[in-house]
Design a protein around this ligand. Structure first.
Ligand SMILES: [Cu+2]
Length: 353
């Protein structure tokens, strides 16, 4: 499931906050053959948070600092799903496929079910995982998607809350079981044990490795005045110029205290690993001094991605096949306040000579 939204330079955060986004789903025959819940049992769920004023109008805050009127991150106290405030969904006691999207400007979602039942994640941003992953908690950074199976078979008659960090997001109202002699038996389908293979791209396939920093520049009160990729402003010349049909490794060196969901246009990629490093030593010497071994991606991230969490004081490595079309694209942090305040860079995919 992909999503689309306004991308107007400098005001993207306002236009998406106002609601200019949607989702669409691509399928193929292989996926159809897996017999996953479909039709009315497959539902996109776009999660986001907003602030409303006393007249129920959207309220987008600005900082009190005239030098830096933007707010580094906007978090709302109201949760919405598909445009509805704290909604409920009536479901049957059977498996459902939910196509979850974090459409928030800045909030990370950590979703749990009030009855403790697990989710089965079957897909990531860019398609199916090799096999279902059982999770008690689903983490979604802004712009990330998760393809989820939730089975209500054991919960007939129950009301279950979907929570985010202990706060209600929405409710599932599970219908009572049908009478034993009912002619309409509820069809449940077993979750396949394997889904679509995701062949691991070998590191040896990469023709180039780029070190790319994530930087926050603070003023005297530590209020970030700007955030940069590769310590480079948006309007400076292109520095990333992969060749079409080549593969590269991008080292996202996060020197900040924030987790930044980094998104590349055009491509899909795989996460290689994350590794903790000494940030102050990096600024002094330009060298990466690691604190521990590389950590492989979580099973729920071990598929095709287009957005990756670059966690604070970590080196996050991704491997990217630049297929598609030559031209100018962008890569950026998907916290929209960061993106609009310089955490975005153009990149060029160069046609082969
Ligand atoms: Cu960011």
């Amino acid at each position: 499931m992909l999503w689309y939204h306004d991308h107007a330079l400098g005001i993207n955060r306002l236009n998406v906050f106002a609601g200019l986004f949607g989702v669409y789903i691509l399928r193929d025959e292989f996926e159809d053959s897996l017999n996953l819940p479909r039709g009315k049992y497959e539902i996109p769920l776009a999660f986001y948070d907003r602030i409303f004023d006393l007249d129920s109008q959207l309220n987008y805050p600005v900082s009190g600092n005239p030098k830096s009127p933007w707010t580094p991150e906007v978090f709302g106290d109201a949760f919405l799903v598909n445009g509805k405030l704290f909604p409920y969904l009536e479901v049957e006691p059977r498996p459902y496929r939910f196509r979850a999207l974090n459409a928030a400007n800045a909030r990370f979602f950590h979703l749990t079910m009030s009855n403790g039942q697990p989710f089965h994640q079957i897909g990531t941003d860019q398609g199916l995982l090799p096999a279902p992953v059982e999770l008690k908690r689903v983490t979604l950074a802004p712009a990330e998607r998760a393809d989820l199976i939730l089975d209500f078979s054991a919960s007939a008659g129950d009301q279950i809350i979907l929570n985010n960090d202990g706060r209600t997001v929405m409710q599932f109202r599970v219908a009572k079981p049908q009478h034993k002699n009912s002619p309409q038996k509820i069809a449940t389908t077993a979750l396949p044990s394997t889904l679509r293979p995701v062949p691991k791209i070998p590191e040896s396939a990469a023709v180039q490795t780029r070190n790319l920093t994530l930087v926050e520049i603070d003023d005297e009160v530590m209020h970030p005045v700007t955030m940069l990729l590769n310590n480079t402003h948006w309007n400076m010349p292109v520095t990333e110029n992969p060749t079409l049909d080549s593969t590269e490794i991008w080292n996202l060196i996060n020197t900040t205290d924030d987790s930044h969901p980094i998104h590349l246009h055009l491509v899909r990629f795989q996460i290689l690993d994350r590794r903790s490093f000494d940030v102050s030593a990096y600024w002094m010497t330009g060298k990466l001094k690691f604190f521990g071994p590389p950590i492989p991606p979580e099973p729920s991230e071990a598929g095709w991605k287009d957005t990756v969490r670059a966690d604070p004081a970590m080196l996050t490595r991704i491997i990217i096949p630049f297929t598609g079309y030559p031209g100018r694209y962008v890569w950026h942090c998907h916290i929209l306040e960061h993106e609009d305040n310089e955490m975005m860079r153009p990149y060029d995919v160069i046609a082969k000579p």
